[in-house]
Design a protein around this ligand. Structure first.
Ligand SMILES: Nc1ncnc2c1ncn2[C@@H]1O[C@H](COP(=O)(O)OP(=O)(O)OP(=O)(O)O)[C@@H](O)[C@H]1O
Ligand SMILES: [Mg+2]
Length: 365
């Protein structure tokens, strides 16, 4: 991942990119990232982790403090934004307020000196693409937020760029429209084969739309991979807790059994999990992570662990059960909504278990 080489399938390469706005703090620390042609890559991360900064450097609105950005193998640092041939959609769509929808869409084509009939054909196709037929003559102020975002999307695509950069383009939309637009963007990506770099802090959006997701954490990529890889095989505790939900239980390393390790948890359980990364020697402080849907409630017996029922939260299709462990830690269990759960009382002892292959053990930070 840290290789500086340009791989034949990559369209954009960032190598050892750093960015500081004030000359002191690095908001991007050492970014090494290759984006494949036709890929849908999402930059996902907490607020302030450096997503927009990275997109701005790709767009040409910010320059890296150090390092290099190449497109098709050629450095683009000195290529101004409007010559990079990238379509852009930002959260505050910035349509031209005095122009109609059609005029907004024609603008990037006029700028590129295309002839009138070509412009007409392309604008018509763009309008078809985002299904805004009846809105062509309206100005942005006469459109809903979602319609404006569709125009912004069409305008970013109308000149058939190789790359489209989108920074939280659906941020202002309600859930239904958001899901509809996610679907439309995905369809457009598939049908046009364009390379998309997408920024969001909504992990559901990132996981459903992307070929790969780069999880940003304090100016670094904590992990990059396919959505299933990030969910099933997080490489560090940050990604494990950021993507989806995980119970985090602290304890010490007791021994190693191949891929798995025996651990003694502070909650008084002796258990086993899959070791991730170097864990150090016996006695080392570790954290064991287990997803709520991977914990099973069961009868109390020799092979079960035991806790007391603290609470149940009804969520329609499933129930979240809060268990209190002997040291006071809470363990969340996600379980099907069935009668046996409803028969239990708060404060009552309950048995639970998990498969060691579903528990992941990391060194404690
Ligand atoms: N123009 C700027 N001048 C100085 N500092 C900046 C500037 N833009 C961003 N920063 C700082 O750089 C860091 C990264 O910001 P960035 O906008 O890239 O984060 P982000 O991941 O896009 O966050 P969000 O999810 O809130 O949009 C933050 O600490 C931010 O305060
Ligand atoms: Mg941002």
């Amino acid at each position: 991942m840290n290789s500086a080489a340009h791989s034949p399938s990559s369209l954009i390469d960032l190598t050892h990119v750093q960015k500081s706005y004030d000359g002191k703090t690095l908001v991007i620390k050492d970014l090494n990232l290759s984006i494949a042609k036709g890929e849908f890559l999402t930059l996902l991360g907490a607020s302030g982790s450096g997503k927009t900064t990275t997109l701005m450097m790709l767009a040409g609105f910010e320059t890296p403090t150090r390092g290099e950005i190449r497109m098709a193998g050629k450095p683009i640092q000195n290529v101004p934004a409007h010559k990079r041939g990238m379509g852009m959609v930002f959260q505050n769509y910035a349509l031209f307020p005095h122009m109609t929808v059609s005029e907004n869409l024609a603008y990037p084509l006029k700028m590129r000196g295309l002839d009138r009939s070509t412009i007409e054909t392309k604008v018509k196709r763009a309008i078809d693409m985002v299904q805004l037929h009846d809105m062509q003559l309206r100005r942005p102020s006469e459109l809903s937020g979602g319609q404006q975002q569709r125009v912004a999307l069409a305008r970013a695509m109308v000149f058939e760029p190789q790359v489209i950069l989108m920074d939280e383009p659906l941020g202002a939309l309600d859930k239904n429209l958001r899901e509809h637009m996610q679907y439309e963007i995905k369809q457009l990506h598939r049908s046009l084969g364009v390379t998309v770099v997408y920024v969001t802090h909504d992990q559901g959006e990132a996981l459903t739309m992307s070929d790969r997701v780069a999880v940003f954490h304090q100016g670094d990529i904590a992990q990059i991979g396919a959505p299933t890889t990030l969910y099933e095989h997080p490489e560090n505790a940050y990604v494990a807790t950021f993507i989806g939900e995980n119970n985090v239980l602290h304890g010490q390393l007791k021994g190693r059994q191949g891929e798995q390790v025996d651990v003694a948890l502070n909650a008084g359980l002796n258990t086993r999990g899959v070791a991730v990364g170097a864990l150090g020697a016996t006695g080392q402080d570790i954290q064991l992570l287990i997803r709520p849907e991977k914990v099973r409630l069961c009868a109390i017996g020799p092979s079960s662990y035991q806790a007391t029922l603290a609470d149940r939260v009804y969520l329609g299709d499933h129930i979240r059960v809060h268990l209190k462990l002997s040291n006071g830690d809470t363990l969340i269990v996600k379980t099907a909504n069935d009668q046996s759960i409803n028969a239990l009382r708060n404060g009552q002892p309950v048995g639970f278990t998990w498969n060691p292959e579903d528990a992941r053990v990391f060194t404690a930070r």
